[in-house]
Ligand binder design. Structure first.
Ligand SMILES: Cc1ncc(COP(=O)(O)O)c(C=O)c1O
Length: 378
């Protein structure tokens, strides 16, 4: 039997935001990590074209798998046989596939805390055991080779994300290499969630595949490619995992949406438009980093990538969900409470997503500044 898992509280916030919107209130959505932009225009045009011509049956796009393989060669200098690539309905099923095919019930999976809410919960739902490594400001909220090596007993798996959610911090390439070396030494399988690749404001982003060919790599069209609702992603399995992944996907999920596969292929060559979004996020990040100290939010790890800022709100509250709900009711700005990402320390953090237009970020900051200034400090 599966284990009970906790709900995603950002959904609670979002539901309330939509109720307020329906009642006529202006809402600024900073609660979910999703671009406010649509799919690249050429991808949308391609989708319109195929809709008139195709029956949209079950389908696995051979050209898309080949294009993804080419992306690994071009971006990271890594050769990936397209047979190793499974197309999925986003990173979420890719994560389920990786965890369910690579591990046995009861296996211990090491991961950073704070981390993406679904990691802990998906691990539990699959009857695996999350081993959360507390990662504070000093560690820039990221897992390290040394922290993994210190685990006793050693875990059977390691799940990592760089850039990370909720902090946007990027693991340097040398640390990725060190983590791969520790994993090999202790015999742990790596699962690397690379969903925020393409979204960096400086540091280079490297793939775990550059260091460990036996790692499972999760990725998606939801973030850089701005196609969250199209539900398209992929999993790269190691050679020894391909047959099992393919059997699992055929039984558990069948295929990814055909329309999204057509559009995704075109999106992969829409870099100019997509890099334009990154420039908007870069400007938004700068505005946020300038403004947050004026709000009394000085304790933040400036994000290297993704589109999040994770801020310490302990001087205001020890109830991050209540705080985010009150902020929403009183300003119309929806944010995510830290409890989603960290069940232990998360009461004193909140996450802002800045994947909005720069105009919206300015508007949000105009509302946040007086509200935060008016809050009693503890
Ligand atoms: C780190 C991380 N992994 C996976 C996902 C799931 O993404 P998808 O929409 O591709 O299922 C998200 C979504 O926010 C995420 O932040």
């Amino acid at each position: 039997m599966g284990q009970d898992i906790s709900p995603f509280q950002a959904i609670t916030i979002s539901r309330r935001a939509h109720e307020l919107k329906a009642a006529g209130q202006r809402i600024l959505h900073m609660e979910f990590g999703q671009p406010s932009t649509g799919a690249p225009s050429a991808a949308i045009a391609a989708a319109h074209g195929v809709l008139d011509q195709e029956a949209m049956g079950y389908w696995e796009s051979v050209p898309l798998k080949a294009r993804i393989a080419q992306h690994y060669q071009g971006t990271y200098g890594v050769t990936v046989d397209p047979r190793r690539i499974a197309l999925t309905c986003g990173a979420s099923p890719a994560l389920v596939l990786a965890l369910s095919t690579a591990f046995n019930p009861g296996d211990r999976i090491a991961l950073a805390r704070p981390g993406y809410v679904a990691y802990r919960n998906t691990i539990r739902a699959l009857n695996l055991v999350p081993v959360e490594i507390p990662c504070g400001e000093a560690e820039r909220f990221q897992i390290s080779a040394a922290a993994i090596a210190a685990l006793d007993p050693a875990p059977q798996g390691i799940l990592l994300a760089s850039p990370a959610n909720p902090t946007g911090t990027i693991l340097p390439n040398a640390e990725l290499a060190a983590i791969a070396a520790v994993a090999r030494r202790i015999g742990a399988r790596l699962v690397s969630d690379e969903i925020y690749h393409g979204l960096s404001y400086g540091p280079a982003i490297h793939s775990m595949l550059e260091h460990e060919p036996s790692a499972y790599i999760v990725n998606s069209f939801s973030k850089y490619f701005s196609m969250a609702g199209w539900r398209l992603g992929w999993l790269v399995s190691p050679e020894d995992g391909v047959a099992r992944t393919s059997a699992y996907i055929g039984n558990l999920f069948l295929t990814a949406p055909s329309l999204a596969q057509h559009a995704g292929l075109v999106a992969m060559d829409s870099r100019a438009e997509l890099d334009g979004h990154v420039e908007v996020y870069r400007a938004n990040r700068t505005l946020m980093l300038e403004a947050l100290p004026r709000l009394g939010l000085e304790r933040i790890a400036p994000p290297d990538g993704a589109f999040y800022i994770y801020a310490d709100i302990s001087r205001f509250t020890d109830d991050s969900l209540g705080f985010c709900l009150r902020l929403l009711e009183e300003t119309g700005v929806a944010t995510a409470p830290g409890v989603d990402f960290d069940p232990v320390e998360g009461q004193r953090f909140m996450r802002f997503s800045f994947a909005l237009s720069t105009e919206e970020i300015r508007e949000a900051l105009g509302l946040l500044e007086p509200w935060f200034r008016a809050q009693p400090r503890r």
